[in-house]
Design a protein around this ligand. Structure first.
Ligand code: BGC
Length: 755
């Protein structure tokens, strides 16, 4: 530290002592406040951050740019700092002299997680992120976010590492359950709503993992290769949509490399795209263990080294101080790093609304919010012969497998929320991280029994297919609960259901065709038995009230309205990478994953190749039917506006998700069509409603090279109103669009006269 800085620091300490003394006298407290003008709530966050930054010593600036892990770190044998909340993800100390609070960080997307099993905090868990995406209901995503953000605040946290956004390029990815599926618009919007909900509690949310962290195998070293234009039209578009909708406080850069550099020292990703093209004003934090350097990372745009105990060194501690002193990192970069964090703390209300541990939580009310999300996220995939809804006059129901007598499954890893009441099925392996395998104590069997008190409801654990089949024979209906547990750091080795469950289902269906399979899983699985069962219900990981939600859908108390946010392939050979790249046994090995499908992710790839999936993106059945009419598309203020009418033509009330896809008739895109909009409508039998959607103009454009602009080719485009991505009966209209160049945010730069 220079003599100048030392003198400054000394004088600051002196000032601080005076201010503290002043603050101790109530009559002079106001005077103390006026000496700290950044605490004036009427000023805008940029100004407040600039004011306080001016008062900071170098050490105080450095305070903000790295966080501690909030639990003991076994690998590096470091102990948690005492001030961090127990078993939490992170902690940044406060600066009381300046009236700035500490940052208390918690995972993640389904609720307040615990990083260790010793004494977990027990909180409400939402269904998995993909289940929330499957609701296609923005309001539910917002409400879920609001609820978990509330619990975060009541638990003493002001940063929530929630906002998982990675597109499903790899159905075997062990973290698909944390994300929003395969489509950038759907994932972007649904995750954004959750982020908005969280941040409504004055809690900073974190959109992650930026970018292309599409598989867990080899995640620390793999080099994800992709054409930059394709990336902008797919994964980056999801992040961009979410940022535009939320002004999110922070972004978390990912472990993996992208076209060479690591995500957390990637000037193009961080400086050029995120902070430049998109104008991000928040801060970039690294994933835990994803910082690899001081100078490269800081200059590339990383603002905060997270959980530095995970890294080889505290790169953003003394090393950064030295790097700034010797000007390898400009002083103005360090100022910008601190400024971004401070600005976010002011903008999101973290300074004005200090958190306190121990707030009251209404668990019953929160359970209902989680349940509503689960109920709308459940997707009825198949329902032959109207097996469902179940009749309450059934005499014999047989329930098999999936620990359905005890509870419902959750995904593993840092996002795991421990439920009130503890693990319903303790002792399953792996017991340690990313385990334990957790079942929330909400038993589907008990919820089913409660609805048919007069019936015989028998349970078999499913470990012996022949025994289960014997029990199933002759029942009015058989429900097989099938599970697939995956977790962070652990991809599924294949899309087959594990533990002989395919054989179990086949045996049971052979004994009784009135069989429905209820899946509790992360994402797509193979269903070799699909033609032999009457029903398939996709329940995902359904959260703390999952058993009740499943029963309500099975009995028709809730009419299913979930739609798949991801394509379920018919075979792994249909995937862009039929085999998962990398070797789980060699996590340190560097290898490349070639994302040659570019922006043609999920259904776009299936369209391009002409493949027929097992179940298409957007698919989901209802206990009623919906009719579509009056489809029209027109240009209104330069945007395509689509209008149509939806009618409930069946006999019961229900919700529908009409989906609008757009296709070029002459221009060439990465794939034949893109999802451009949807709505979720709730209709009584016979009722109709008119829907109007305004389409983001970028969805008609293509990005070229590594530029941020979108080029819309002049010509005709087809607008399709469909039930899912492979709906042959979809209605279509065409619309003529002028050639246009749009800036990164989708605003026209100029209109060409010729296409
Ligand atoms: C995960 C992040 C998580 C962080 C903190 C990492 O292992 O990839 O998603 O937020 O840990 O727990």
């Amino acid at each position: 530290m220079s003599a100048d800085q030392q003198a400054r620091e000394k004088s600051m300490k002196h000032d601080a002592a005076i201010l503290l003394a002043l603050a101790a006298l109530p009559c002079l407290a106001a005077a103390a406040e006026s000496a700290r003008p950044w605490l004036d709530k009427s000023l805008d966050p940029d100004r407040r951050a600039a004011l306080v930054l001016k008062e900071m010593t170098q050490k105080e600036k450095l305070n903000w740019v790295s966080s501690h892990f909030g639990a003991d770190h076994g690998g590096n044998k470091t102990k948690k700092v005492p001030e961090a909340l127990p078993f939490s993800a992170g902690y940044v100390p406060p600066l009381p002299r300046l009236g700035l609070p500490a940052l208390f960080l918690t995972d993640a997307g389904i609720g307040v997680a615990t990083q260790n099993t010793t004494t977990p905090r027990e909180r409400t868990a939402l269904p998995s992120g993909i289940a929330t995406a499957a609701t296609w209901n923005r309001k539910l995503a917002y409400e879920g976010g609001r609820m978990i953000g509330f619990e975060a605040r009541a638990s003493g946290f002001n940063v929530m590492l929630a906002g998982g956004m990675n597109l499903m390029r790899e159905p075997r990815n062990g973290r698909n359950f944390e994300y929003g599926g395969e489509d950038p618009l759907l994932a972007g919007v649904m995750v954004a709503e959750q982020v908005r909900g969280i941040e409504s509690n004055h809690v900073i949310a974190t959109i992650k993992h930026y970018a292309l962290n599409a598989q867990e195998t080899g995640r620390f070293e793999l080099d994800a290769r992709i054409d930059p234009a394709a990336l902008r039209m797919s994964d980056l578009f999801a992040f961009q949509v979410a940022l535009e909708m939320t002004d999110a406080g922070s972004f978390m850069c990912a472990y993996n490399r992208l076209n060479g550099p690591y995500g957390c020292e990637h000037p193009w990703l961080l400086n050029t795209v995120l902070k430049g093209d998109w104008g991000f004003k928040g801060f970039v934090m690294s994933d835990w263990g994803a910082t690899h350097s001081t100078v490269e990372a800081a200059n590339a745009g990383l603002d905060q080294q997270s959980g530095f105990e995970f890294d080889r060194s505290r790169y953003f501690g003394g090393a950064l101080e030295e790097a700034v002193e010797s000007n390898f990192v400009p002083q103005k970069r360090l100022d910008d790093m601190a400024l971004r964090i401070l600005r976010t703390m002011f903008a999101k209300g973290v300074v004005d609304h200090p958190v306190k541990e121990g707030g009251a939580i209404d668990y019953d009310a929160h359970g209902r919010i989680s349940q509503a999300d689960a109920e709308e996220g459940i997707v009825l995939l198949k329902n032959a012969g109207k097996l469902l809804p179940l009749s309450t006059s059934a005499k014999k129901i047989v329930v098999i497998g999936g620990h359905a007598d005890k509870g419902v499954l959750a995904g593993g890893g840092s996002s795991l929320v421990y439920p009130r009441g503890g693990n319903a099925v303790p002792g399953l392996l792996p017991a340690t991280w990313p385990g334990p395998i957790m079942y929330y104590p909400s038993s589907p069997l008990k919820a089913i029994q409660a609805r048919v008190p007069g019936a015989q409801v028998a349970f078999d654990d499913g470990t012996d297919p022949a025994r289960a089949a014997r029990l199933a024979a002759g029942a009015d209906v058989v429900l097989v609960f099938a599970t697939q547990w995956v977790g962070e750091a652990l991809d599924a080795t294949s899309l087959a259901l594990p533990d002989n469950q395919d054989a179990l289902i086949a045996a049971v269906a052979a004994a009784n065709p009135k069989t429905a399979v209820v899946l509790e899983n992360s994402g797509p699985v193979m269903m070799p038995w699909v033609d032999r069962v009457a029903g398939v219900v996709e329940a995902w990981y359904p959260g703390t009230n999952g058993g009740e939600a499943i029963a309500r859908v099975l009995f028709g108390e809730v009419n299913p309205s979930g739609r798949l946010p991801a394509t379920f392939p018919a075979a792994e050979s249909q995937l862009p990478r039929p085999k998962l790249d990398g070797d789980p046994a060699k996590p340190e090995e560097r290898f490349t994953v070639d994302y040659h499908e570019g922006a043609a992710v999920g259904y776009k790839w299936f369209d391009l190749k002409g493949y027929k999936p097992l179940f298409p993106f957007g698919h989901g059945l209802s206990y009623t039917q919906f009719g579509y009419s009056d489809l029209k598309a027109q240009l209104v203020d330069g945007k395509v506006q689509v209008r149509f009418t939806v009618t409930n033509t069946g006999g019961v009330a229900g919700k529908d998700v009409p989906q609008v896809y757009v296709s070029p008739l002459s221009a060439k895109w990465e794939s034949p069509k893109r999802l451009a909009g949807w709505d979720k409508v709730d209709l009584a039998p016979g009722a109709s409603t008119s829907v109007t959607l305004s389409i983001d103009p970028r969805l008609f454009g293509m990005v070229r090279g590594s530029a941020s602009t979108w080029h819309v080719a002049g010509g005709r485009y087809q607008v399709k109103l469909a039930r899912h991505a492979q709906d042959d009966a979809a209605r279509t209209v065409t619309i003529q669009l002028p050639a246009q160049v749009l800036d990164a945010a989708g605003h026209p730069l100029k209109t060409k006269t010729k296409g």
